[in-house]
Design a protein around this ligand. Structure first.
Ligand code: VG1
Ligand code: CO
Length: 543
């Protein structure tokens, strides 16, 4: 076998964002692009000689080619073992689990997650460390640094490896073990939840629709829901992973999962609707006629987790990303456990989970998870909901309403302004940042600003400081607006405006969220001067 050392020059902009390096697929398809990034990862982690890596992706366009390249490079760099999901498939939480279960040194996950797939859409690569979690900021900084100075990469000249068959083969001195992508993940779920109770729930006529959105969760959901739990065939829809996700956005929210939303709001709605994203780490939960916001879902899961065997002993603490609503904090306060507020992106939960400070984490963007892996986990959230529904014998709507009665309701909505000119987005953020200090006590659209700041996070475990994590404005009366630029987009800038209004424990909890949020929205738009700077106040996507 020949091992080549190829000289190369750095590509611009190989800087990991909120979750890995996402680019247009054609950017990734340039000769040497994957190679330079992957070699930079290897260099940043001190090489892979003698190491074990888990490799898999969400099955999108270019997944298969990129995996072959990575295998040839891992072998040429001296890796001992590559564990690969059959067909090159692994959901993000399943990859996290495999890294942990097999004691691997890390893993490469090929996915641009909720971004669409295809030759004219998006591709991505992320590295997870030996704890199974996304590379922390100091490591992604080292990777980026390595991409700017790279001069060569190592790759083996070899034929493609057949990833279709489970079993072991070799590529030069490296062993390649092709594994069932579902098996070990399913075993983990079976240990966490009361499968007997959920099986009885389905046997008793409980109905559900799980929309896999043509993405990687299909095989997992089919095996677990229809297989192990006995839900009727057809419970999982769009269950075969497609390279272009059926031309949709595999983003489980009321906009991109509209067919499921329509079903759930209609006369023939099943008891539970759920969906997951491209790489299987996000979830959407909808009851019959009742959409559950991800922030509420996190709070409700935390409040009821003790009903599932794995969490029967209670939770150590709850963490949420800063833009996520305060609903989870109210649950933590009631339970007498700690609540943590981190920057956006799962990598910030890793240290808290590792230190045993928190058990459950979540984000407003439909990510929830626990200490069972080091990633958010879409199907896990669905199974925890099922376990709770089986134990409480109430509908989703009833559970949500009772939660609001007890804790009050955090009305919540996120507005996304996509493909904003980068200079305009920067101008808006810079201008607002400059004005933050003078906002307190001023009135906008009838609301008084209680305080405003730029969020920064001091990690309580390793003491690292992450600055510039979003501009937040709190209003008197329980309102809040947050401005942040997305770190997962691949075109122009995406501006996110997060709106929140607390009802209080004796306020109304049955308002239309957009109506309840109107004052905060108007104040936020006025304070930021959005209409003048980006030329619009109407968002592209409201979730
Ligand atoms: C978005 C979400 C964030 C999430 C990230 C990765 O990031 O807001 O909460 O962790 O996507 O999710 P941003 O920077 O675009 O706001 V996934 O499922 O796309 O890996
Ligand atoms: Co995802």
């Amino acid at each position: 076998m020949t091992i080549l050392t190829q000289t190369c020059t750095p590509f611009e902009g190989q800087k990991p964002g909120t979750s890995g390096l996402r680019k247009k697929t054609r950017v990734y398809m340039q000769p040497g692009y994957v190679e330079c990034f992957v070699q930079s990862i290897f260099n940043a982690i001190g090489g892979v000689a003698g190491k074990t890596l888990v490799i898999g992706g969400d099955g999108r366009y270019f997944n298969a080619e990129a995996i072959q390249t990575i295998l040839r490079m891992a072998s040429a760099n001296g890796a001992a073992l590559a564990i690969v999901g059959q067909g090159g498939l692994l959901s993000t939480p399943a990859a996290s689990n495999l890294i942990r279960q097999r004691g691997a040194d890390g893993g490469l996950i090929l996915s641009a997650s909720h971004n669409p797939g295809g030759i004219d859409q998006d591709f991505g690569v992320k590295f997870n460390a030996a704890n199974g979690g996304p590379a922390p900021e100091k490591l992604t900084a080292r990777m980026y640094e390595a991409t700017t100075t790279i001069t060569e990469y190592r790759i083996a000249e070899a034929a493609d490896i057949d990833l279709g068959r489970i079993g072991e083969t070799t590529l030069d001195d490296m062993r390649i073990r092709v594994v069932d992508p579902v098996e070990s993940y399913q075993a983990l779920m079976q240990r966490l939840f009361d499968f007997e109770a959920i099986r009885s729930l389905f046997a008793g006529g409980f109905t559900m629709c799980f929309d896999a959105m043509h993405a990687v969760t299909g095989p997992y959901a089919t095996a677990i829901l229809e297989g192990a739990l006995g839900a009727p065939t057809g419970t999982v829809v769009n269950g075969t992973p497609l390279e272009d996700f059926g031309k949709g956005h595999p983003d489980p929210n009321p906009i991109w999962a509209k067919p499921l939303m329509d079903l759930m709001m209609g006369a023939d709605a099943p008891d539970l609707g759920a969906a997951s994203d491209g790489d299987g780490d996000r979830n959407m939960i909808v009851g019959r006629g009742a959409y559950v916001t991800p922030s509420d879902s996190l709070a409700i899961l935390a409040a009821n987790a003790h009903l599932a065997p794995a969490y029967a002993g209670g939770l150590a603490g709850i963490a949420r990303s800063m833009p996520t609503s305060a609903a989870a904090d109210r649950v933590a306060a009631k339970l007498g456990i700690a609540a943590y507020e981190t920057p956006t992106g799962w990598k910030f939960f890793g240290n808290l989970l590792e230190a045993g400070k928190v058990t459950i984490c979540g984000e407003e963007s439909a990510g929830t998870g626990s200490d069972h892996v080091r990633e958010k986990d879409g199907l896990w959230a669905v199974l925890l909901w099922l376990n709770i529904l089986a134990a409480r014998k109430q509908s989703v709507a009833e559970i949500v309403t009772r939660h609001w009665q007890e804790f009050g309701r955090d009305y919540y909505s996120r507005y996304d302004y996509e493909d904003v000119a980068t200079d305009q987005a920067t101008r808006l953020m810079d201008g607002l940042r400059d004005r933050l200090d003078g906002l307190a006590a001023r009135r906008f659209a009838g609301l008084t600003v209680a305080g405003a700041d730029e969020f920064s996070y001091l990690d309580p475990v390793d003491g690292s400081l992450s600055e510039g994590q979003g501009l937040r404005i709190a209003f008197e009366g329980g309102g809040r607006a947050v401005f942040r630029l997305s770190g997962t987009g691949t075109q122009g800038a995406t501006l996110r405006l997060y709106l929140e209004q607390y009802s209080g424990t004796d306020g109304r909890t049955d308002l239309d969220p957009q109506e309840a949020l109107a004052p905060v929205r108007e104040a936020a738009q006025e304070i930021s001067d959005m209409g003048a700077i980006i030329g619009r106040t109407e968002p592209d996507v409201v979730t």
